[in-house]
Design a protein around this ligand. Structure first.
Ligand SMILES: C[S@@+](CC[C@H](N)C(=O)[O-])C[C@H]1O[C@@H](n2cnc3c(N)ncnc32)[C@H](O)[C@@H]1O
Length: 228
């Protein structure tokens, strides 16, 4: 729905399709997996620790109207903004640290695109739920769990709640204990679960970043009988 550093929009199609009625994203960000293709039709629960990000979702799900979004002002390169929703469109991970920003042509263009996407797709998220909190506060229910934390060993800059604040061994134990299906995203330094290579992602200036995934599926009730 909106631009977000580390969002999975370009690569959402490479992950397994959700096999459960509910999708939970305990590290929500812009929740590109839940929004992808027909996934948004499922029951979707987002959990996000950064209140500024959770508030954007709360606004999109519970308050905003298409007309209101369409009539938000466009941004002009050179002007300043202190709106968090504008700042995250700067296409840089430093953006999370800024209190205000000078609008660049890239930011202005990203904002124009997001305004259109948000206003045209508001209906798709109207049944979603968002909670501002730690991933560990997620309900212990059967679901497709799309777990996309800040990647291990990414230098301190970036998300307000960054990789430096996560205990990855604990996170791995927690993820393994989820009921249903677990799709877990990581990068080059993911070493705390048996990750398998997913793809090499080409970024700006020919920079390639490695995407890896850990996948775990539990048989659903009923399936056991077929196999026994
Ligand atoms: C890699 S981003 C998620 C990107 C998302 N999959 C998307 O498509 O936009 C990780 C997110 O986890 C959030 N986060 C960091 N620590 C968290 C925690 N302990 N509990 C919940 N969310 C957390 C960050 O604020 C950030 O928004």
């Amino acid at each position: 729905m909106f631009y977000y550093y580390g969002r999975k929009k370009q690569i959402a199609k490479h992950y397994p399709q959700p096999s459960h009625e509910m999708i939970i994203e305990p590290f929500a960000g812009a929740a590109a997996y839940s929004f992808h293709a027909d996934n948004w039709r499922k029951e979707v629960l987002l959990i996000e620790k950064d209140k500024r990000v959770a508030d954007i979702w709360d606004w999109l799900i519970n308050e905003a109207t298409s007309q209101e979004i369409k009539s938000l002002p466009d941004l002009k390169p050179g002007e300043k903004s202190s709106e968090f929703l504008h700042i995250i469109h700067a296409a840089t991970k430093q953006a999370f640290k800024y209190k205000n920003i000078k609008v660049t042509p890239v930011l202005a263009r990203n904002w124009e695109i997001s305004k259109r996407i948000m206003s045209e797709n508001l209906d798709k998220v109207s049944h979603w739920k968002v909670v501002c909190g730690d991933f560990s506060s997620a309900p212990d229910v059967e679901a497709t769990w799309f777990i996309d934390p800040p990647y291990k060993s990414e230098p301190g800059m970036g998300y307000h709640y960054s990789s430096a604040m996560l205990n990855y061994e604990e996170l791995a134990r927690w993820a393994r204990g989820r009921k249903g299906e677990v799709i877990f995203c990581e990068g080059l330094f993911g070493d705390y679960l048996p990750f398998k290579s997913l793809l090499d992602l080409k970024g700006v200036a020919g920079k390639v970043s490695k995407e890896v995934m850990y996948y775990q599926a539990e048989m659903k009730k009923g399936q056991l009988e077929i196999f026994s």
